[in-house]
Design a protein around this ligand. Structure first.
Ligand SMILES: Cc1cc2nc3c(=O)[nH]c(=O)nc-3n(C[C@H](O)[C@H](O)[C@H](O)COP(=O)(O)OP(=O)(O)OC[C@H]3O[C@@H](n4cnc5c(N)ncnc54)[C@H](O)[C@@H]3O)c2cc1C
Length: 471
């Protein structure tokens, strides 16, 4: 029997259309599937995302077992763990799919050089993105794009490869299996009690895509802005852990009976994912440093009062119902609708003047889809300091946003049941409601639901003054 190949899984927890797995199968070699929980060289995933990963690893292990194979789990420094497994199994090669943030690039580059120096064949592939983050460049300046629209146009002109590689039903097994070790268990954070709606793993990802294509994509272009509607794909956590390839999304969506408008809009969102990854790749400090340097001088609020406001934001008790509904959705489900993410993030940055990096860290901790590129790039976008960012004077009015995008109040009341008795526009500004209306609705402002922690017009003008001074 030929020597095995180690396929090192990382952010690609699937068999289907996985280029590292495909290369192993094409080499006709037994596969040793490996996952290393390397907490030293990767940004440690947040609690909810780790919960997802653990479920996803179990699903991958089960699928491998059904196909005559196994998943080997190890924990610790990736280079030493890999070397140990190489000593145990004497592989002919090590394959993996590339990751694109600085810590993993540095680690992988060092490991590759070491293995090559020891005459061990090592290859890496792209299985995460449609394009490598260095591939699409502006023709005129030969630089990476800083604006989304021309970037996405250039991607489309380049052409998107939608050929899919199907994994075999049986994998060749090595003559002897190395030991697999249990990973340290992740405890779910307090309040995350509604995660059972998700099905982490490759099968769950495919089911989610098929449900989206048969039902919810119709009307996506308009419906995606309304949090009460099941109008978006909810594929984000599946994409985060690589349980489905973006190529498959393109191939299956292109073949489905979907209107041009809905398809174009959905593809553009996948395009934003590509744009975020190329932005991260070319700006490795994206998590810590504003892309527009002038924003580093921003006078963020600090001190006890700001801390109280930050806690109110995290707990969904700011007194602004649409913001609070989003923050409670996040806490309970590990997800927040995109429109509400924008409103809640804008509120933290512009109404409360709290550093976007703190909001990014909280989302990182609580989102199942917390993604090293999408989360950071989106926070910079909302703050106005990122690539192709929202202009600083776009300060969402949380009252109008609620009225416009949750007109029936279904979303808001789902997460703030104490406001169920309020209807119409008053739901989004209960402090403006007459006392008999509040009484009839059984709302005691300041007791059953908080009064607003900051007044909208005051906060808006305060933020505009600061932003203007920076511009
Ligand atoms: C402050 C803030 C933080 C965010 N943090 C994350 C994050 O950690 N992880 C994450 O995947 N997305 C993040 N997003 C982007 C977006 O909100 C989510 O991707 C989307 O809500 C996920 O739901 P869905 O899968 O149903 O999206 P759909 O509308 O069905 O979109 C399909 C896919 O496109 C990608 N996508 C959609 N919108 C964006 C976007 N604006 N930027 C980059 N990719 C996008 C996602 O992979 C998504 O799954 C953030 C947005 C904001 C405003």
């Amino acid at each position: 029997m030929s020597q095995p190949i180690i396929v090192w899984f990382r952010q690609d927890l699937r068999l289907d259309d996985n280029m590292a797995v495909a290369a192993c199968v094409e080499a006709n070699a037994p596969m040793i599937a490996l996952f290393i929980d390397d907490r030293q060289h990767e940004r440690q995933a947040g609690a909810v995302s780790l919960w997802w990963r653990d479920q996803s690893l179990q699903a991958l292990a089960d699928e491998l077992q059904r196909r005559g194979s196994q998943l080997i789990l190890r924990e610790g420094d990736a280079a030493s763990q890999l070397n140990q497994l190489i000593d145990e199994t004497n592989p002919q090669a090590v394959f993996w799919n590339r990751q694109y943030y600085a810590e993993s690039i540095a680690r992988d580059t060092a490991i590759k050089a070491d293995l090559q120096a020891r005459q061990i064949n090592v290859e890496s592939f792209n299985s995460t993105l449609l394009f490598e983050p260095w591939q699409i460049r502006s023709k005129t300046a030969n630089t990476p794009f800083k604006v989304f629209t021309p970037f996405w146009k250039a991607c489309q002109t380049h052409g998107i490869d939608t050929r899919i590689w199907d994994a075999p039903m049986q994998f060749l097994a090595p003559s002897k299996w190395p030991q697999s070790l249990a990973l340290t268990k992740t405890n779910l954070p307090e309040g995350a009690h509604a995660l059972d709606q998700w099905q982490p793993g490759e099968a769950g990802a495919r089911k989610t895509l098929h449900r989206f294509l048969s039902e919810n994509i119709h009307g996506y272009a308009d419906g995606r802005d309304f949090p009460a509607k099941p109008a978006t794909s909810r594929l984000a956590p599946h994409l985060r852990w690589g349980e489905i390839s973006p190529r498959r999304l393109f191939a299956e969506t292109s073949a489905a009976p979907v209107s041009d408008n809905d398809q174009r809009k959905f593809f553009a969102e996948i395009g934003w994912r590509e744009f975020s990854y190329q932005t991260l790749f070319h700006n490795p400090n994206l998590k810590t440093t504003c892309l527009q340097p002038k924003f580093e001088a921003f006078p963020w609020r600090e001190g006890a009062e700001a801390e109280d406001d930050f806690e109110a934001w995290k707990n969904g008790t700011t007194g602004y119902p649409i913001v609070d509904a989003g923050m409670r959705e996040l806490r309970q489900t590990g997800y927040m609708h995109n429109r509400v993410r924008m409103i809640a993030a804008s509120f933290l940055i512009k109404h409360l003047l709290i550093d976007w990096r703190r909001g990014e860290a909280w989302f990182w901790e609580r989102l199942a889809d917390a993604d090293p590129a999408n989360n950071t790039a989106s926070w910079q976008w909302v703050a106005g300091c990122g690539a192709d960012a929202a202009p600083y004077f776009r300060i969402f009015n949380p009252i109008i946003q609620g009225q416009k995008f949750d007109p029936e109040g279904h979303y808001t009341k789902r997460y703030i049941p104490e406001l169920t008795g309020l209807s119409g526009k008053m739901l989004f500004s209960p402090w403006l409601a007459k006392s008999d209306l509040l009484e009839n609705a059984n709302v005691q402002l300041g007791q059953s639901y908080p009064k607003p922690i900051v007044e909208h017009d005051f906060a808006r003008n305060r933020a505009l003054d600061i932003f203007k001074a920076l511009a």
